[in-house]
Write a protein of this length. Structure first.
Length: 122
């Protein structure tokens, strides 16, 4: 009987853990991304929250990091219209503060700087 109880408790502990979380340490500047799902996705730098919730997408190359954020606390932020998201750009070479930018301005920068490989607006 004890064996069965132990097996049942172990089963519940193992399968109650949230295994859908994705954690990624970016290869530059101490940045980390924590995708927990829904509106609980975060961006950290040196263990400090930069974006505490709503992170939708983050793409980068050697020079720039592009970030999109849903500020409506939707449980499915990836399904929001891209034009309604907030966008941020980070110059990784200068390590500037993440700068807020409009959807249209970001599209212009992507075109001007040939950033199609990290385009988060489509």
């Amino acid at each position: 009987m004890r064996n069965k109880i132990f097996i049942v408790i172990t089963f519940f502990i193992i399968f109650s853990c949230n295994i859908s979380d994705t954690y990624e340490k970016l290869p530059f500047g101490g940045y980390e991304i924590d995708f927990e799902g829904g509106s609980q996705n975060r961006l950290l730098k040196n263990n400090e929250l930069i974006i505490d919730s709503g992170l939708v997408d983050c793409k980068y190359n050697d020079a720039y990091m592009l970030v999109s954020v849903d500020t409506t606390y939707s449980m499915k932020p990836e399904k929001k219209d891209k034009k309604n998201l907030k966008y941020f750009i980070q110059d990784l070479k200068k390590d500037t503060i993440i700068k807020k930018i409009s959807y249209k301005d970001l599209q212009k920068i992507i075109k001007e700087k040939s950033l199609k490989d990290i385009d988060i607006t489509n």
